[in-house]
Design a binder for this molecule. Structure first.
Ligand code: FES
Length: 130
């Protein structure tokens, strides 16, 4: 049912945990299955002065696909600018994993949404500071 890559990320998830003093936190849950995801980001700047995701960690309480998608997304976006990261869709995540069973596509939506919320949270707290 799952691709080899999904199982690989499920068995050895990357960047799991939380970041103390995170710049943004995104918490999302899926009311249907009850799975929960927390995304922590640390923002830095690249050589051109653009804001990038310097670090990202996730805490996932969910199914195999939730774990694999939230884990692979951390590797897909690390070092990317916030705008580039926002453009990553759940389809991109599923593709990166070699596909997901149709009934598991919503798990990738959860991961993409968690990341978006964490970035939004960062922008919100930045506004408060200015
Ligand atoms: S079944 Fe809930 S996120 Fe996968």
């Amino acid at each position: 049912m799952y691709s080899k890559k999904v199982m690989k990320y499920f068995r050895h998830p990357r960047n799991m945990g939380e970041i103390k003093n995170a710049d943004g936190i995104g918490k999302v849950g899926n009311p249907q299955c009850g799975d929960v995801l927390e995304v922590y980001i640390k923002v830095g700047k690249n050589k051109k002065g653009k804001e990038i995701l310097k670090d990202i960690k996730v805490k996932t309480f969910g199914c195999i696909a939730a774990l694999a998608t939230s884990s692979v997304i951390t590797e897909m976006v690390k070092g990317k600018t916030l705008n580039e990261a926002l453009k990553i869709s759940n389809m991109d995540i599923a593709k990166e994993l070699g596909g997901l069973p149709p009934i598991k596509m919503h798990c990738s939506v959860l991961s993409a949404e968690g990341l978006r919320k964490a970035i939004e949270d960062y922008y919100k707290s930045k506004k408060k500071m200015n």
